[in-house]
Write a protein that binds this ligand. Structure first.
Ligand code: 3DU
Length: 216
């Protein structure tokens, strides 16, 4: 049962709102990150709130515990429902994000392994498994794992068991939606939707595939 999560990496806040609104009926959540927030400001969170979808803050937070806590508190007081942090920073830094998320009734996801080719320089060779283990020990709600490497999702599933796995890398980065859906609780899709000639239509096509998988 996977969710379809739109990565809204657009720079023009008016167009971002238009795309989000037109796709909303097909989506389960929207992920916002540095591109849109740096361009539009944190206020964009309130602008999107009326769509009624959970909003995930992808800041891949990676600082010392005190700074992580300050960032996470800003994220949740701005109205986000979930935060993504890095895990290589270690237990205390991850716990700062998880504690802030849970204090607000929100969720925290830890990047276990990234989807781009360069990620293999550091994330594999057991490091991703160690980060996923840390995420579980820190009571994180889930991890981020690469749609470009389904075999790695399977390996990390054996570590996180029933915790959620959200997976970016579908479409433009080469990951295959149908292959990844049975493995995860959420697929994160950006350019394939917002870069399509008709984003709403593309989101609807993907949502139909997601729904097929849910009912199979
Ligand atoms: O490649 P896309 O355009 O579908 O966007 C993927 C999104 O997921 C984008 O916001 C990117 O920053 C994020 N992401 C990854 O692509 C890979 C990761 O390992 C973690 C996050």
């Amino acid at each position: 049962m996977a969710d379809l999560i739109l990565a809204l990496d657009l720079l023009d806040p008016m167009y971002a709102r238009e795309v989000a609104e037109s796709c909303a009926a097909s989506l389960d959540a929207i992920k916002l990150g540095y591109p849109l927030i740096l361009s539009a400001g944190l206020g964009v969170v309130k602008d999107l709130a009326d769509l009624g979808l959970p909003l995930i803050a992808d800041f891949k937070v990676a600082d010392i515990p005190n700074t992580n806590g300050l960032i996470a508190n800003q994220v949740f007081s701005a109205g986000f429902d979930a935060i993504i942090c890095h895990g290589f920073t270690g237990r205390d830094a991850v716990e700062a994000c998880v504690d802030a998320a849970h204090a607000y009734g929100g969720e925290c996801f830890v990047v276990a392994e990234m989807s781009h080719p360069g990620a293999l320089s550091f994330f594999s060779r057991g490091v991703a498994e160690q980060i996923a283990t840390l995420a579980v020990e820190c009571r994180a709600d889930g991890i981020i794992a690469p749609a470009t490497r389904p075999e790695r999702i399977r390996a990390l599933r054996s570590v996180v068991r029933s915790r959620k796995i959200y997976s970016p890398g579908i479409g433009t980065q080469g990951g295959d939606l149908r292959s990844v859906l049975p493995l995860v609780e959420g697929v994160i899709v950006g350019r394939t939707i917002y870069g399509a000639a008709d984003p709403a239509k593309e989101a609807a096509v993907m949502a139909a595939i997601v729904n097929d998988e849910r009912s199979s």
